[in-house]
Design a protein around this ligand. Sequence first.
Ligand code: ADP
Ligand code: CA
Length: 434
Amino acid sequence: MRALTGLDGQRSIGPDMSAGCANHRKRLLLLVPTTTYRTEDFMEAAGRLDVDLVVASERDNTMAARFPDNLLTLPFDRPEEAARQIETWAAGRRLDAVVAVDDAAVVAGAAIADALGLRSNPVAAASATRNKLVMREQLRAAGVPAPLFTSAGVAEDPAEVAQRVSYPCVLKPLMLSASRGVIRADTPGEFANAFRRVAAILATPDVAGSGAGADRILVEAFVPGAEVALEGLICDGVLDTLALFDKPDPLDGPFFEETIYVTPSRLPADTQAAVRDGTARAAAALGLRDGPVHAELRVNAGGAWLIEIAGRSIGGLCSRTLRFGTGMTLEEIILRHALSLPLGPTEREGAAAGVMMIPIPRAGVLRAVHGREEARAEPAIEDVAISAHLGQAIVPLPEGSQYLGFIFSRAATPEAAEAALRRAHAHLRFDIGP
Ligand code: ADP
Ligand code: CA
């Protein structure tokens, strides 16, 4: 093992990628979008397995030509083309598994797996998770409890659309993530404003260029209630719940900034069972069959309502809260599953754990971060990771798409893990200037 410079320029850990490809070792292809936060954790997990690692990114990498066995450039936004390129590359080479580390590569990953006969979700299922309107239609067809919905073209008259929807409702893009462009509206006036705001986000070059779905806006009934996130692994169509997170801060809008996640859930056992059942039904409805799932549901007196299900693991750096069996990480479970290596027990450790995605206080340029040492010194705090860099433009929701940073806690109880996050956060001060 040696340290590598990741494709995104960050330091990451991984196996020696210049090593020759001994035939007896399994070979793993990791699809790593340049925008992901997941590189380091997946590279570290791969480093703990005895595999030859191949890393593909969508951006041209000058190193790729020098390491054709280990570094590839692939068009993640054209899955069939990506699959064709890997078929050519894999002729005469052995490839045992492909894993997309994040949303932007899941369809390409499924297409590659399909072409090479590797373990993954079907392409249609991966595609359905990447388009919220398709997802809603398939959940409705299968009778999975989920919000009522309609959709409108971005070019439609917002005032007219506002007349044909019910309130309160939630407007959202079809293919973005991390709550970007998700806005609640309680009145036709709020709706028209929100509609224009989502349309403007969809018209920005990075979004408009990202492919299908940028021409419509989804409108859903607002589902009140507590929100949870389920982290799972599907093996041959059977869902194994790896962790269930409560989101103790109310998410009532108008924007839906993610903050605290705490596991294990404090919800009653029957509610947790309803969440698992809803997730399993949603996965089956979409045809998800093999790989990680991250689902978000809202629970209220009417039951558990599916907000979203993705064929990938939890985003940001949040997976660092999780430890399984004898110390396995979530990424190691995902890689072992894809490689058909023994998994062992996947029961989460006994302690409670939490993560806070640090709320963005205001827009501007990040000048300084104060109080990190004090935050880290709080009991039960494991780490304070500031992922934004000094000089970076900080953009709040609904337009923003990047995290300020993450606070991690581990404690005997969920209450203590949550309280530690709040105490640590109170020490942090962000100088955000013009
Ligand atoms: P994204 O892919 O950007 O995360 P989601 O559909 O998951 O988009 O929405 C982000 C957040 O917005 C959810 O976690 C939830 O808090 C809130 N939200 C989205 N849709 C609804 C809804 N229909 N009712 C209530 N809250 C919602
Ligand atoms: Ca979501």
